[in-house]
Write a new protein. Structure first.
Length: 663
């Protein structure tokens, strides 16, 4: 038995002194005290006694006072009962009322005693009147009766529930919820109604710089209700947990998907008993904000959501803050993966803007993938685990592609290859350069990286975007233009806004293939269609300024891209048509093992005779593969020639043998 539990039981036992005195007073004045049916009916003698007027309640007893003082000297003020009183702001009278109501829950011998004092053997809990009598307080005292009001600490904190509202005030029963009794007896198991709704959280990382002053507010005697508007999923909850940790507070995290407004008082009671802060998010709307505001919490409550705060949600104005953008948390990655690794951890994770919880989940998934492969943890495993942390909000308007190519799959001249590597470095170091060094600040500018890939069809633009995604460990989302462009005015902009907003909230590479369909040149306004087309372009120009993700635009005709868009691009990479040496490398790459190749294949001839881009060469190799598979033999030179000729005809070009000679 702990000291807290021993002190509680000793206080309840001391209460027996008051009960004994009241029993003696009632039995001495009651002529029906020896009646075996007392409490089941009212005798004429009892009615006459009651009609003569109520007897005085016993005054506070010196024996009881001395017992309480001795217990206080022995146990001090660190027991759970004292902590509960301090946390909920209970007065001494509140504390005694709580003990009176609690007594039958910890010592069943109080049940028949309360039945006797209630003059009803079926009512074995203390009533309001009995509690006031046992506390030596007049039942007509307005100050004492106010301790049972809706806003009083005992009732608002859900420490005591007043039952039987249809009965007269003094006859209403008092009940201490089982969770409160269990807490006072040393049990920290949350209320059964909160199973799956709240959970204690581990200590979070240090408080983000953007909320440096919040921790001090959370430690104050009047902690605020805080609403954090988050731009990225999880950033608000992570910032809230970090601020609570910096304030030295334990954290109870509530799941908003399971948290009903009716459970908010129970959540606040649990947090108050533990001395913890409540963190909940992301909230879909303002219903829970209103519920927490109306509950008048005595503990810090930090709520987060993607919606900007609406003053109409609640009359009580919370402290509204923007959740800071979560930077690359290198320390958190190293904390989860200490020791030597076979790869550069900082480089592998540089593009991720994860919270500590997301990092923990990503590392756990990466270890599972490594164990599945039966291999040491590698950067690829980490990238697979990290990609799982993204939400799926882009699936409606974009196709998700998990990168499956790398630098070795790309055949490019030195200049565009170097520019592409520079783009990878921009994606990795943008938080440092654009964030800490503030080389792009003010005016609502984001920390995005936007590049234009220009070149003929098949020159490697889309594959280069996939290589960029693979090198940065991100998914590639290809925007589906038919799902974006709408014939109704303003709908195209709305669809694009959804895409940009969701891309800002995730770690991914956004690809606008054939971007000139959306990012084309503005024209002179001659009719309403030109005007609305220019409005669409103006929207895109503004949105690129504030974009915080990574985006790639591709076009076959660079001249069709508006100059204003070009100014907002970080890099423009031109993809030239491959020369003979590059074409041979492309043929060699397409026919690399495990493709079976016959001895008569002459790749030099293929590269020399057929001026095809990389995409056409791959298509020709695929056609040759089908021809060889149908004949059940390796790919032969005739198959490659047939595939290349078909690509020429698809492109509407004449083969050398097709050119007619003049007589």
């Amino acid at each position: 038995m702990t000291d807290s539990t021993g002190y509680l039981l000793a206080r309840v036992e001391a209460l027996r002194i008051r009960v004994r005195l009241l029993v003696e007073a009632r039995s001495g004045a009651d002529p029906s005290a020896d009646d075996p049916f007392r409490g089941l009916h009212v005798t004429p003698e009892t009615a006459l006694r009651l009609a003569a007027g109520p007897g005085a309640a016993p005054s506070r007893d010196g024996e009881y006072e001395r017992a309480v003082e001795e217990l206080a000297e022995t146990a001090g003020t660190g027991t759970r009962l004292h902590r509960l009183a301090g946390a909920f702001g209970l007065t001494e009278l509140d504390l005694e009322i709580l003990l009176v109501a609690l007594a039958p829950d910890v010592d069943r011998t109080f049940e028949p005693l309360y039945g006797y004092l209630n003059d009803d053997v079926s009512r074995r809990r203390a009533s309001v009147g009995l509690a006031l009598d046992l506390c030596g307080t007049a039942v007509a005292s307005a100050r004492a009766r106010a301790r049972f009001a809706v806003g009083a600490p005992l009732v608002s904190g859900r420490l005591v529930v007043v039952r039987d509202e249809d009965r007269p005030f003094l006859s209403r029963a008092l009940q201490v919820p089982d969770r409160v009794a269990a807490f006072l007896l040393g049990d920290d198991t949350p209320d059964g109604d909160l199973a799956g709704v709240v959970r204690p959280a581990e200590a979070a990382a240090a408080d983000p710089a953007g909320l440096a002053g919040l921790a001090a507010r959370l430690r104050s005697d009047d902690p605020p209700l805080v609403y954090l508007h988050e731009a990225r999923p999880g950033s608000g909850v992570a910032a809230a947990r970090s601020a609570a940790t910096s304030a030295g507070l334990p954290v109870l995290v509530a799941d908003p998907a399971r948290l009903d407004a009716a459970l908010v008082p129970a959540v606040l009671r649990e947090a108050t008993m533990r001395g913890a802060a409540v963190v909940a998010g992301p909230l879909p709307d303002g219903a829970l904000v209103r519920a927490f505001a109306e509950a008048s919490a005595r503990v810090p409550v930090l709520l987060a959501g993607p919606q900007p705060f609406d003053p109409g949600w609640t009359e009580t104005q919370p402290l509204v803050l923007d959740a800071p953008a979560w930077e690359h948390a290198a320390g958190a990655w190293h904390a989860e993966l200490p020791g030597e690794l076979g790869f550069d951890l900082d480089e592998a994770t540089a593009t991720y803007r994860f919270t500590t919880d997301q990092i923990r989940r990503a590392v756990r998934s990466a270890r599972d993938y490594a164990a599945l492969d039966g291999a040491p943890l590698a950067a690829g495993h980490l990238h697979r685990g990290a990609r799982l942390q993204n939400s799926g909000g882009l699936h409606k308007h974009a196709e998700r592609i998990v990168p499956a190519v790398g630098w070795n799959d790309l055949v490019l001249p030195d200049e565009p290859a170097g520019r592409l590597r520079e783009l990878v470095q921009r994606a990795r170091h943008r938080d440092l350069v654009l964030g800490e060094w503030r080389l792009r600040s003010g005016g609502g500018r984001g920390r995005g990286v936007v590049a234009l890939f220009a070149g003929e069809s098949g020159t490697g633009k889309t594959m280069s975007a996939e290589v960029l995604a693979a090198e940065t460990g991100l998914d590639l989302y290809v925007v589906q233009l038919p799902a974006v462009v709408d014939k109704y005015v303003g709908e195209t902009e709305k669809n694009l806004e959804r895409i940009f907003t969701e891309a800002d909230r995730m770690d991914a590479v956004l690809l606008f293939d054939e971007a000139d369909a959306v990012f084309g040149k503005r024209s002179d306004v001659k009719d309403a269609r030109d005007r609305y087309a220019n409005l669409e372009s103006a929207y895109l120009l503004q949105r690129l300024e504030s974009f915080g993700g990574i985006a790639v635009l591709t076009t076959n005709l660079r001249a069709n891209i508006d100059d204003a868009f070009t100014r907002r691009l970080d890099l423009v990479i031109d993809f030239p048509f491959p020369d003979a040496a590059q074409r041979r490398a492309l043929w060699e790459h397409c026919l690399a093992p495990p493709v079976p190749v016959a001895d008569d294949v002459d790749l030099d001839r293929c590269a020399r005779e057929f001026e095809l881009a990389g995409g056409a060469i791959r298509s020709a190799a695929v056609t040759a593969g089908y021809l060889a598979a149908a004949a059940d033999r390796p790919v032969a030179m005739d198959d490659l020639l047939a595939g290349a000729r078909r690509e020429y005809r698809k492109l509407g070009r004449l083969l050398p043998g097709d050119i007619p000679t003049l007589a």
